[in-house]
Design a protein around this ligand. Structure first.
Ligand code: KIV
Ligand code: NA
Length: 278
């Protein structure tokens, strides 16, 4: 399959072919995301913090940790476009610091684009990054990096005035140069409205079936995350059960002496060598 480009995604929006995006945090999941030609974008989400590193919140993730994991994902990525989240705090200071941090992510991790949560307050940064050739995926709606100021992980844009403000934000980010945007946890009607009123591909998570694409967190989709399950999550596999069965069978086989098998899973010393040895 050919490398997915910004142009590929634009063509898909125009032809109404849904875009599939999935997160990855390490080399093997990156390889899995690359194994299906129908995955267009691999995202090193800062959900890395919770589902992979065991932090309580994405706000604990550092830029160095993101770069470390994104590098591993890059080594396993083939055709999908590779996008990574700018971690909390890495784009909130000066524009110059944010640019330097984005450059580090691209140079040290070999990712292709950065994703940034926010609205009007990041417009100047989005403009600056895109103007120097760093593609930006915007992220609107529920912004998990702000879960404290938002009083939790709640559906956004449920009332008319908030919905209107979000449409304005989407347009501003498009005008600033974002090549795509994630819309998280909004009513499906708003997901559709924004999708129809911007020219860049929208990728929804909990934004209904009518966005240009969908994204899920790997561990939610594969059933390896045992924490809170949001309404918008569907489990497409139950890898946790498979893992537990595997661990149990391994431990049992060690305990009952059936692993390793002396023939199939052990090395044998040459008979003459053995005689000399003993
Ligand atoms: O961090 C993440 O995984 C994300 C996606 C769910 C959009 O931002
Ligand atoms: Na994220």
């Amino acid at each position: 399959r050919e490398k997915v480009t910004i142009q590929t995604l634009q063509t898909m929006k125009a032809s109404k072919i849904p875009i599939s995006m999935l997160t990855a945090y390490d080399y093997p999941t990156a390889v899995s995301c690359s194994s299906d030609p129908a995955i267009e974008i691999t995202l090193v989400g800062d959900s890395l913090a919770q589902v992979c590193l065991g932090y309580k919140s994405t706000t604990q993730l550092t830029l160095d940790e993101m770069i470390h994991h994104a590098s591993a994902v890059a080594r396993g990525t083939t055709h999908p476009m590779l996008v990574a989240d700018m971690p909390f705090g890495s784009y909130h200071g000066s524009i110059n610091d944010a640019v330097n941090n984005a450059v580090r992510m691209i140079r040290e991790s070999q990712i292709e684009a950065v994703k940034i949560e926010g609205g009007e307050e990041i417009v100047e940064l989005v403009h600056r990054l895109t103007s120097i050739g760093i593609p930006v995926m915007a992220h609107i709606g529920l912004l998990p990096q702000r879960h404290v100021s938002l009083s939790g992980y709640k559906v956004q844009g449920k009332d008319a005035s908030n919905a209107k403000a979000m449409v304005q934000t989407a347009r501003l980010l498009e005008r600033a140069g974002a090549f795509s945007m994630v819309i998280e946890a909004v009513p499906k009607e708003l997901g559709r409205y924004i999708t129809e009123h911007v020219n860049i591909p929208t990728i929804g998570i909990g934004a209904g079936p009518w966005t240009d694409g969908q994204v899920l967190v790997w561990d939610d989709a594969m059933g390896t995350w045992l924490g809170h399950k949001a309404k918008f999550v569907r489990r497409f596999a139950n890898l946790q059960t498979a893992r537990e069965v595997g661990v149990q069978s391994y431990a049992n086989a060690v305990k009952d002496g059936s692993f390793p098998d002396p023939q199939r899973e052990s090395y044998t010393m040459d008979q003459t060598e053995w005689t000399q040895f003993v």
